[in-house]
Design a protein around this ligand. Sequence first.
Ligand code: UTP
Length: 294
Amino acid sequence: MTKRIRKAVFPVAGLGTRFLPATKSVPKEMLTVVDRPVLQHVVDEAKEAGIEHFVFVTGRGKAVIEDHFDMSYELEDTLQKRGKKKEYDALMADLPAAGATSFTRQQAPLGLGHAVWCARDIVGDEPFAVLLPDMVTMASGARKSRCLAQCVAAYEKHGGNIIAVEEVPMEETHQYGVVAIGKDEGATFEITGMVEKPPKGTAPSTSIISGRYILGPEIFDILEKQEKGAGGEIQLTDGMKTLAKKQAFHGVRFDGRTYDTGSKLGFLMANAAFALQNPELADSYRAELKKLLG
Ligand code: UTP
């Protein structure tokens, strides 16, 4: 019997240097994909997967994230007085339950592994999810689930630790964390190795770690003792490699699309893809795009 995955960690303390100057004073997680902040899309995905407690690892200049997940009395009062029921109801539907969010600070951006470690006391002794908030996923069809729900289903089947992967061309693998593949069941597979940013031509596969994880709490002790790795940062991949010596890891081939909204192209692609799925916008957006493309 596996334990239920109740808590998710959202590391939102990075500097977002790939998206300057937009991210100088606005956290990249608050840039919008159509009408929702990127981070709200990712929280929606976690809710859909059954997550009950949302742990945000923030940093300086990110206070607006905390405000986004709080009530906004003046705004809500004004919406009600003006009879804007639809807008008011939408805000209320997104509001997390009282006590369902925690915020802690990573005082310096020492790496993703360090950011996850900062959540150790809030997560405690239970398996948990990690969602990279700049990676926005879209299900492959209206009735399909998004990436974290597919990871939770794999966890219920295999137990242990789960990493979502996606495919990239071999010549791009040197930019990512890459997994080595063992026994392969198609939608899921055994992970037999991991390497962060392998030199060109040396990657063990074309399956890259794509930003959704389910990890056992044993990762925290490992991260605490871990040395800095690639880029002088405490890398989550290095911690997972140590944990993999003692515990099983399975990969999930996400049936859907992932957009890296931390890159300019990924952000634009996410906006186009979500706009084309939006019933209020799709037709007019498609018509405008056609005009633009000539
Ligand atoms: P990235 O490397 O994509 O984020 O880390 P970044 O450092 O903000 O972006 P660039 O490369 O400078 O543009 C993946 C996720 O991990 C978080 C980031 O906020 C991002 O969501 N992160 C990264 C932290 O919370 N702390 C860190 O020290 C590093």
